[in-house]
Ligand binder design. Structure first.
Ligand SMILES: [Fe+2]
Length: 382
């Protein structure tokens, strides 16, 4: 299981340590993954009592903000892993007897709850990777060095998307989150969008010209260049790679400096049509981005590359419900976050599991955040 593979190199102390108030200690993520599974499948679907009584409330993500999770009386070490095992055993037992095809219960129909739990664990794998960037000396058990060796294609700086009616969101069939539904049509004016994500080279040029804060983990190398330190390793910033760990404010400032703007999330989704998640830098084990211009065979219909994978892309859009939105299966997944506090990111990053991402998937975060695997590309009116 990927969750356990990621934590295998870590000591008990590292699992329990609070590295930053904006991320949970890894031990919390582990217990929360198991508890969420227990809550929705074992308790809700299987109608069984909780394994550890009242413990569950400490793993409620809404009740316990990230900044206090280090102080909660949560399960540690072997006890936590044992709990994960026990829950998984009960889950499989419940699934054995569940009617996933013909059920009237929308939670069970077409295996929704099963897909939701899988997606939840896989999304937490990415959150865990955000924290692992801060762990000095972290050495992955398994690495895939594939993406960096891909050939890079040349092409125009921007590609065009024609005006018209564009289908936005996920259809009624198959698994998707409530915030991706209902699918609807948006009338868009013609626009241009960058063919690739903005690179480190371009962002360094912007910093040199306009000033401002560098991306998270960047430092001066003493000779006018930049190095970045992740997992305790300091390396020169590779100018060919998409810039990553930038806030929405940094992305927006760059776009304006370049005489462009950030795309709306609807423009982003229209431009991403046809992008192939099977030919994209996803699924974590590359532990970094591929050069801008890689994965040319996975390009979108409009010719844009790397719409899926490498970096989450900030958009100009606030996180809001689509017309006719209905919360499912609980308002705390999406609805409580709707408003102008959060900006939408699209497309997934190298740290996103392949089965999690699709062109309709909406991620969101505060405009000031950069510990997420966030980059961007720019757009412009045609
Ligand atoms: Fe969660």
């Amino acid at each position: 299981m990927r969750t356990l593979l990621l934590i295998e190199p870590l000591s008990e102390e590292q699992l329990n340590r609070v590295y930053t108030p904006i991320l949970s200690p890894l031990a919390w993520d582990l217990g929360h993954i198991a508890n969420f599974e227990e809550l929705w499948l074992v308790q809700r679907v299987g109608d069984r009592d909780p394994l550890r009584g009242e413990l569950g409330r400490f793993y409620d993500a809404i009740e316990n903000p990230r900044s206090i999770r280090g102080e909660l009386p949560i399960l540690k070490g072997a006890d936590c892993v044992a709990y994960m095992d026990q829950v998984r055993e009960r889950t499989l037992d419940v699934l054995d007897g569940a009617d996933l095809d013909g059920s009237e219960d929308p939670l069970l129909r077409d295996g929704f709850v099963y897909e939701m739990l899988l997606a939840h664990e896989h999304q937490h794998n990415e959150t865990m990777l955000q924290l692992l960037q801060m762990v000095d000396g972290y050495e992955p058990v398994e690495r895939d060095t594939g993406p960096a060796t891909e050939p890079v294609s040349d092409g125009p700086e921007m590609v065009a998307v024609a005006a018209g009616e564009h289908e936005i969101g996920a259809g009624a069939e198959g698994f998707a989150y409530d915030n991706e539904r209902p699918r609807h049509t948006r009338e868009l004016d013609a626009f241009w969008i960058d063919r690739t994500p903005v690179t480190n080279a371009a962002f360094a040029e912007f910093l040199a010209d306009a000033g401002g804060d560098p991306p998270m983990y960047w430092e001066r190398d003493g000779a006018g260049g930049w190095v970045s330190t992740r997992m305790g390793r300091t390396e020169p910033v590779d100018p060919r790679l998409p810039v990553i760990h930038v806030s929405w404010h940094q992305a927006d400032a760059f776009a304006r400096w370049a005489g462009k703007r950030l795309p709306t999330e609807f423009e982003w989704e229209a431009a991403a049509r046809g992008a192939d998640p099977d030919r994209a830098n996803l699924d974590q084990l590359g532990f970094g981005c591929a050069p801008a211009g890689a994965y040319a065979d996975g390009c979108a219909e409009c010719g844009a590359l790397q719409m899926i994978g490498d970096v989450w892309e900030w958009t100009a859009s606030d996180f809001l419900g689509y017309p006719g939105f209905e919360p499912f299966p609980y308002p705390e997944y999406s609805q409580v976050f709707f408003g102008d506090e959060y900006k939408v990111l699209r497309g997934g990053a190298w740290a996103t599991r392949r089965d999690v991402i699709r062109t309709s998937f909406r991620n969101w975060d505060y405009a000031k955040r950069s510990q997420i695997f966030s980059g961007f590309r720019c757009a412009g009116d045609a």
